[in-house]
Design a binder for this molecule. Structure first.
Ligand SMILES: [Fe+2]
Ligand SMILES: [Fe+2]
Length: 311
């Protein structure tokens, strides 16, 4: 039995396969621990009209397993007025604990060999006013790492991918790879705003995170003797080129070995996460899902089965 407050992330009215049975309501519910699929099999049309996305509801129902996935069969729901809840309770956050990610951030920055760069970026990313925003920001509105602390999680992942490439290509500058991986998306702290859900700011739409981030770096580091001019230019180049192609919003294309490594590390982290997120959002009754950001159907049939239970 479930009686709990949830944020309604998405609602979709869908017809039963047997058209004569009318519609059912498919819901994606969230609290800060994550999202869960829910279904209302009865009175779907009425509840579809009653329910509003991005609002919090008291939900009464039952947890059931369908095709190896947990979902809630909802019997009743009622809206809560805004005064009755704390928005932060319903924001999805990274499943990785923040202290663990901040410790990893410190450890990876400690690997920077250049003493000035190491000190400057340890201070900026871990011990400044900016550090709190860097640890809180999401990495996207909905495509990948779209939750609180998604930016730091994604940035650490990009650094790991980039460093594993550097093991194969030791001529690549490790200091630059580490710092650029951690910095490439910092403009997202100003590109997104977290309310009930994540939204794009005016600055985000008008300027975009590549240029916002580039400006943040210049403002913070220009004239600081710990960051040599040539390193600042190289880091700026990687921030501006990390989307890889002009058509994807990069003002310049990657022109250095480190820039091309960071671009591909970024792409890998984002793309793999897009897949894992989509796999979690499958309706339990379906094995194929159209992922609109990827522009293709993806298949869920090989995951979710428990050992010995595979069909
Ligand atoms: Fe980016
Ligand atoms: Fe990124």
């Amino acid at each position: 039995m479930v009686e709990q407050d949830f944020l309604i992330v998405r609602k979709t009215l869908s017809p039963f396969k047997n058209a004569g049975k009318g519609n059912y309501l498919a819901l994606v519910l969230a609290d800060k621990t994550g999202q869960i699929q829910a279904r209302m099999w009865e009175n779907a049309d009425t509840f579809h009209e009653k329910a509003t996305e991005n609002k919090v509801y008291w939900i009464k129902g039952r947890v059931e397993k369908y095709n190896n996935f947990m979902q809630i069969k909802v019997d009743d729901l009622a809206p809560l007025d805004d005064a009755q809840f704390d928005a932060a309770t319903y924001l999805a956050a990274s499943t990785r604990p923040l202290p663990e990610m901040r410790a990893e951030l410190r450890a990876v920055l400690e690997k920077v060999g250049h003493p000035g760069l190491r000190e400057f970026f340890l201070e900026w990313l871990l011990d400044s006013d900016f550090a709190a925003s860097y640890s809180y920001a999401p990495a996207a509105k909905q495509i990948h790492h779209a939750y609180v602390a998604g930016l730091i999680e994604h940035s650490l992942e990009v650094a790991k991918f980039a460093l594993s490439v550097q093991e194969l290509y030791p001529e690549a500058d490790r200091d630059i790879l580490i710092i650029a991986s951690l910095l490439h998306d910092i403009g997202k702290v100003a590109e997104y705003v977290c309310g009930l859900g994540i939204d794009i700011t005016d600055q985000g739409r008008l300027i975009g995170h590549t240029v916002i981030g580039y400006n943040m770096l210049q403002q913070r580091a220009a004239g600081d003797a710990r960051v040599p001019d040539d390193k600042l230019t190289h880091l700026g180049h990687i921030m501006l080129s990390h989307h890889g192609e002009l058509m994807y919003g990069a003002p310049v294309m990657p022109a250095t070995l480190e820039a091309v490594i960071v671009h591909h590390a970024d792409l890998t982290s984002g793309r793999v996460r897009q897949f894992t997120r989509a796999l979690n959002e499958f309706a339990p009754e379906e094995n194929w899902l159209y992922e609109k950001n990827l522009g293709r159907m993806i298949y869920r049939g090989y995951v979710g089965a428990e050992p010995g239970e595979a069909e």
